[in-house]
Design a protein around this ligand. Structure first.
Ligand SMILES: [Ca+2]
Length: 225
């Protein structure tokens, strides 16, 4: 009577073993979102080889590259960027500060924060309309990243002398693209075709080498397209 039971017992034992294996294999990856939500994904951390993000976040969302660079400054800080000089000491700036000081040139920035070289409102609690002026000079350079898209675009404004105020793209440490503003605080989108540099190591550098009139640069919302 014992013999016919043996195969059944083995199948049951095998099934239980499989169930336990699955239960232990599938842990949960928790992803904390900026809005406070927590998403759980049923996956074992040991099985993850690489995490990548295929889709751009929706407009207005915070964009932080895997390397930790904030491209739209919605973090409210300069993470992933290195400063020289004092031109960018009070950046990013919050809100449409030019309109708050009745400049007549709305910033038209993305989200809440942007680089406004003339502005000085780093926190929402700071008085609206405060400025640091054109005097300070310096640079703001992103950490290196790998160019993996055909096009990059960004919002630029501020001064219009490309010799003193500009945004640069560096590839392997060499300047390969430059853009300046139009002597208005209002930001406009500029696109660069960077397909010839795909796979190369790049940096974005903001340069403010002028303390005179329109001696500042505005910048926001760099996108990889
Ligand atoms: Ca922004």
């Amino acid at each position: 009577m014992d013999r016919p039971m043996k195969p059944i017992f083995m199948v049951l034992a095998g099934g239980l073993f499989l169930l336990f294996s699955l239960a232990f294999a599938y842990g949960e990856m928790k992803i904390e979102l900026r809005d406070g939500r927590v998403i759980t994904v049923p996956v074992n951390g040991k099985d993850i080889v690489r995490i990548s993000f295929g889709d751009a976040p929706p407009s207005g969302g915070m964009t932080v590259a895997p390397g930790g660079i904030t491209w739209d400054f919605e973090t409210g800080d300069l993470r992933g960027w290195a400063k020289t000089g004092d031109a960018f000491n009070f950046q990013p700036t919050f809100g449409d500060n030019p309109t708050a000081r009745h400049r007549g040139q709305p910033s038209q920035h993305q989200g809440n924060y942007w680089i406004g070289g003339f502005e000085k409102r780093p926190r929402p609690s700071d008085p609206a309309g405060q400025v640091q002026g054109d005097g300070p000079q310096g640079t703001l350079t992103s950490q290196p990243f790998t160019l993996s898209s055909q096009t990059i675009s960004f919002l630029i404004g501020g001064g219009c002398d490309i010799n003193t105020v500009r945004v640069e793209l560096l590839v392997d440490g060499q300047v390969v693209q430059r853009a300046t503003g139009k002597c208005t605080e209002t930001l406009e989108r500029v696109r660069w075709n960077v397909s010839q540099f795909m796979g190369r190591t790049a940096q974005v550098r903001l340069v403010d080498a002028s303390g005179g009139g329109w001696g500042h640069i505005n910048f926001d919302d760099l996108k990889f397209e």
